[in-house]
Ligand binder design. Structure first.
Ligand SMILES: *Cc1c(COP(=O)(O)O)cnc(C)c1O
Length: 851
């Protein structure tokens, strides 16, 4: 491709000096020697050591003898990165040459987890790296532990995005993941007197060896101002956006390596920077704070991840973040990824944007604006192109989690986009009125603009109208989405709705997290399962093989040992040995019902200390919690405090010593999940039916040989169908029963009256037994349980306890338990994110995987 300085597509109103920044066509060498692809370092211990020493000496600028662990980690990361570069460059070139259609995954969150382990696994360098570090007198495990994971997401939604890009690279599908490079990711959780305290997550502080900044590819993003109409040269009426302020978006590339296939895709994360660094005149006058004010203001946009999970915070900065990253991504794709002379009428043939929840939905009016205002499209043409470019994934059923943006805010921040949304809505409502003449109520229900409590845009409706396909994330969720959340829309467009059940990457969550079990599986059925997880079915016969069960159990014991060591060093927690490990890890949310788990623990404890049950006769259990609460979520934080209080009381009570323990390591994240999940015996998935869209934690546990105790909710339904009812502990109301009870009028205190066990449990908490005799601190939680209990923990309590009794009974027969655990692994191959991606390709993107 020739370098043509005039070919840069420049947008209306772009200042000329910006143009020198944004040109950056791919340089293709003409000299023969330069065409020879760069050769990576030798793929042996010697080559690795050489590269490592070069990185340490010339990159970090230290000798081995003088280097810190952080120097060594950075040099190691750079070394591994070297081995990926050739694949990255070649993948990019191959895709450009082929003019592949690209999946543009738009997600405000990517909860990536540590990069080093994954890069070593993908490039098959684990053994070489270990030996090379040994040869240098270093311990790979110590260096691995130095990495701070990029926590650029809150929980399931962000982790899903990370699993999906991993699968697309492994399947060699052309994908660019677009997102935000938060300077501070999800907060670091600590406990002070058992209460959550949030600390900033400065993941970049010690260097970030996995990213490539591209400041020369910066692009300008506008905000504010007003719009003007004018008549174009062709006599047509046009609209021009006259923004009042702008920031620069700087792209950072992260590598997304496929599993041992040489493919390396790209994650393109945007960072905000002020258009002008500071006002030199003010600075010279000594007004330092004012001189850098603009800079601070601009850079706040990507300063920190909102620590909200499933409830939108109506904050202006959040809308700025959303527009910032999608506007940068669209502009970048059109300008840099497409050839310069590309006809945008063909855009749907080159890109398909997947909207990961409503956070990126502002991309829809942005594409309309680009096409109509800047590329002279007729409205209808632009709408046709836009509709074919977007698909939308909904992740929730909670009404409060459906994002709305006040019209006042949108009009102030993005005045042109608000106009465009109004026009889309007008056209849409005309279509509704035509399809349902005289049904004005329906038109009002379906409007993208709600009038109460404030006039606001319903982003999920906008997404549903514009998208070619709308999907839920598990069978049950997709059905409820169609029938309960968006029934008017599914009536109008039944074919628009589909399901893709979520999945998790088997590379990170089985192969990497559980090396012992992976080895056992590979020995039994070969190694193809890592990229073809349905092959785990071949393990089924081994469930009846006593010797295999024995080895499977030994792996679990070893994984528990590994966890015990980690918690000892990480948290100073001493896990007892030989217990059943009962684990509930996920964000703290009322609908997930950590409090129901807590009530089970307290009821067990109560029966032991009251003498009803002899401690010597019970199955010893250790309960492990991991959960962050959104900083402003009061009830969630009270629940954390109560769990910690119960953990402390039980831990100090000699009457239950060795029989019952509760551990709550702080700061649950991907890294902790990777050690915790493979050690678990029992997986707690106990949300109120109809509230958890899918869950992916549930899949990770089943794939690592834990049995699930769970409600008929989200993907639990599919897990149970696949692993079989004998290998899953089901309890609680199903969704229709929940709806019926709600309709009848739910009175939580009636369950307290009827269930003696529940009464004794709540009374013990109310007595102050866990709060040093203080009854006031538990007042709020008890009041909520007895008088509100929005997620009906009281109603499911008895059923939950009965299911826990079945767990004890099953666990007492270790052979039966191991058989069930192996069958859980063998029958959970469906939950690979590779399968999810195949479903997206077939049902939504209409693309084919190359392999
Ligand atoms: C998988 C995962 C989640 C999602 O868990 P759910 O139980 O599905 O809510 C959240 N956080 C982390 C760190 C995870 O790895």
């Amino acid at each position: 491709m020739a370098l043509d300085p005039t070919s840069d597509r420049r947008s209306v109103g772009e200042s000329p000096e910006m143009a020198t920044y944004v040109t950056g066509p791919h340089f293709e060498p003409t000299h023969e020697r330069a065409k020879v692809p760069a050769v990576g370092p030798g793929r042996d211990v010697d080559g690795f050591v050489r590269q490592f020493m070069r990185e340490l000496n010339y990159g970090q600028g230290v000798s081995l003898a003088r280097s810190t662990v952080n120097d060594q980690y950075l040099a190691l990361a750079h070394t591994v990165r070297h081995y990926l570069m050739q694949g990255w460059i070649q993948t990019g070139k191959r895709r450009r040459d082929a003019g592949d259609r690209v999946v543009g995954y738009l997600s405000a969150e990517y909860l990536l987890g540590r990069q080093l382990d994954n890069a070593l696994l993908a490039s098959d360098l684990q053994e070489i790296a270990r030996e090379a570090m040994n040869a240098c007198g270093l311990d790979l495990d110590i260096l691995r532990a130095q990495e701070i994971e990029p926590g650029l997401g809150n929980g399931g939604l962000g982790r899903l995005a990370a699993c999906f890009v991993d699968s697309l690279a492994t399947m060699d599908v052309s994908c660019i993941g677009y997102g935000i490079r938060y300077e501070y990711g999800i907060f670091k959780q600590t406990f002070v007197d058992g209460r959550q305290v949030e600390e900033p997550d400065s993941w970049l502080a010690l260097g970030s060896p996995w990213e490539f900044p591209q400041p020369d590819r910066a692009t300008r993003i506008d905000f504010g101002g007003h719009t003007e109409t004018y008549t174009g040269e062709d006599g047509r009426e046009r609209v021009r956006w006259v923004p009042s302020w702008d920031v620069q978006a700087i792209p950072y590339h992260l590598l997304v390596p496929g599993y041992r296939n040489g493919v390396v895709n790209t994650l393109r994360l945007w960072s905000a920077r002020a258009t002008s660094a500071f006002d030199l005149q003010l600075f010279n006058q000594g007004d330092y704070a004012e001189a850098v004010r603009a800079r601070t203001f601009a850079e706040n946009i990507t300063k920190v991840l909102y620590p909200e999970d499933s409830t939108p915070q109506g904050r202006e900065l959040r809308l700025q973040q959303q527009y910032f990253f999608v506007a940068a991504s669209l502009k970048d794709f059109i300008r840099h990824t497409l050839p310069a002379d590309f006809d945008l009428h063909q855009l749907p043939e080159r890109i398909t944007f997947q909207l990961n929840d409503t956070h990126p939905v502002i991309a829809i009016p942005e594409l309309m604006r680009l096409l109509v205002d800047e590329h002279d499209f007729e409205w209808e043409q632009a709408w046709d192109v836009t509709r074919r470019c977007f698909d939308y994934t909904c992740h929730t059923l909670l009404p409060e989690a459906l994002e709305v943006w006040p019209v006042e805010l949108l009009g102030r921040l993005l005045p042109r986009h608000l106009e465009i949304i109004y026009r889309i809505n007008e056209d849409f409502l005309a279509e509704v009125r035509e399809a349902f003449p005289g049904d004005e109520l329906r038109a009002r229900r379906m409007s993208m603009v709600q009038e109460h409590p404030v006039r606001a845009v319903r982003m999920a409706y906008l997404a549903t109208v514009a998208a070619s396909k709308v999907n839920g994330v598990a069978e049950l969720h997709s059905r409820l989405l169609r029938d309960k959340v968006l029934p008017d829309f599914s009536e109008l467009w039944p074919d628009k709705f589909t399901n893709v059940t979520n999945g998790v990457t088997p590379r990170r969550f089985v192969r990497m997290a559980n090396p012992g079990m992976s080895e056992l599986i590979t020995e039994a059925i070969g190694e193809g399962w890592v990229t073809d997880l349905e092959r785990l079915r071949e393990l089924e016969p081994f469930a009846d093989d006593a010797a295999f069960r024995e080895r499977f159990r030994a792996v679990k014991v070893a994984n528990k040992d590994r966890l015990r060591q980690l918690l000892h060093h990480r948290d100073g927690i001493e896990l007892p040995e030989g217990h059943m490990l009962d684990v509930m890890v996920k964000r703290l949310h009322e609908y997930k019902r950590q409090s129901l788990k807590l009530l089970h623990i307290v009821s067990l404890y109560e029966r032991l200390i009251s003498g009803e049950v002899d401690p010597a006769t019970i199955t010893p259990r250790t309960f492990v919690f991991g959960a962050k609460a959104a900083p402003g979520y009061h009830m969630a934080k009270e629940t954390i405090a109560l769990i910690n209080a119960v953990a402390k009381t039980i831990g100090e009570d000699p009457r239950v010593e060795g029989r019952l323990a509760v551990a709550f390591p702080a700061n649950y994240n991907v890294t902790l999940a990777e050690t915790l999940i493979p050690a678990a015996d029992l997986s707690e998935q106990i949300s109120l039916a109809g509230k958890e869209a899918s869950g992916t934690g549930n899949m990770k546990f089943a794939l690592n040989g834990a049995l699930t105790i769970g409600t008929d909710d989200g993907a639990n339904v599919e897990i149970r169908e696949l692993v079989g009812g004998d290998n899953f502990f089901l309890f609680g109301m199903a969704e229709p029963e929940v709806a019926a009870l709600q309709a009848k009028g739910y009175v939580p205190s009636s369950f307290y009256q009827q269930s003696p066990q529940l009464k004794r449990t709540l009374d013990l908490i109310a007595s102050g037994a866990f709060t040093g005799g203080d009854r006031s601190t538990v007042g709020a939680v008890l009041d909520d349980w007895l008088n509100t209990d929005r997620f009906m923990a009281m109603a499911d309590f008895d059923s939950y306890l009965a299911a826990q009794a079945r767990v004890d009974e099953a666990y007492a027969d270790q052979d039966r338990w191991s058989r069930s655990a192996i069958l859980n692994v063998a029958r959970s191959g469906f939950f690979s994110s590779d399968r999810s991606m195949r479903n997206y390709l077939q049902r939504i993107w209409d693309l084919k995987a190359r392999s």
